[in-house]
Write a protein that binds this ligand. Structure first.
Ligand code: AMP
Length: 213
């Protein structure tokens, strides 16, 4: 089962995708993670994407759709598209990528959130540098300060684009380019709304109810 998690930055897409991977063997396909890996590896894609991401703007449709095309086969038990598609051309590219492989979208899960709360959510988040476990300074600090709950690691990192100015640009990009793709999926009857302001568990339960329906 292939699904899209759609919502503005900080809506909880990554958190829910990680949980779905653990619970259902699905695979998170996050173009943001792929781009960050490309930057770290110093590839040509990474070099092109770095400054764009730091400004909170969108990387080109061709680059991100190619990344998804490269990784799609690895999601044998269902893909969770996280942060992709973000524009109408990407939504159209995804249709073709899936159709070429005899796959189709089961659901587009829209995480509805209050944008004002998002800046605070995003600016407080950080992750384990070793295993990638996600934390938040006030909402979900590690149980023992300075030690990762999952792997015991002591190194943490923050995304360079998780600062207020860039976050506001990312929100503007979402409103201008990503929210307008919802009608494309509404016409196909694929959109399911979930209240993204609830607890992680409540959001997870709502998503499970959709996937099991
Ligand atoms: P994310 O991790 O999904 O919040 O993405 C971080 C940044 O990577 C975004 O602000 C964009 O600059 C870039 N990015 C990630 N996914 C896409 C996409 N599908 N299309 C264009 N840019 C993207």
């Amino acid at each position: 089962m292939d699904i899209i998690l759609l919502g503005p930055p900080g809506a909880g897409k990554g958190t829910q995708a990680h949980r779905l991977e653990a619970d259902r063997g699905m695979k998170q396909l996050s173009t943001g993670d792929m781009l960050r890996a490309a930057i770290k590896a110093g590839t040509p894609v990474g070099r092109e994407a770095k400054a764009v991401m730091e400004r909170g703007e969108l990387v080109s449709d061709a680059i991100v759709s190619a990344l998804i095309g490269e990784h799609l086969e690895s999601a044998t038990r269902g893909a969770i598209f996280d942060g992709y598609p973000r524009t109408q051309p990407q939504a159209e590219a995804l249709e073709l990528l899936l159709a070429d492989r005899g796959r189709e979208l089961a659901h587009v899960i829209e995480l509805k959130v209050d944008e004002d709360a998002l800046v605070e959510r995003i600016c407080g988040r950080f992750s384990c540098a070793d295993c990638g476990a996600l934390y938040h300074e006030t909402a979900k600090p590690p149980e023992v300060a300075g030690t990762c709950d999952e792997c015991g690691g002591h190194d943490f990192k923050k995304r360079p684009d998780d600062n207020e100015e860039t976050v506001r640009n990312r929100m503007a990009e979402y409103r201008a380019k990503t929210a307008p793709i919802l009608p494309f999926y509404e016409r196909r009857g694929l959109v399911r709304e979930v209240d993204g302001m609830g607890s992680v568990e409540a959001v997870a339960a709502a998503i499970d109810a959709i996937l099991d329906s």
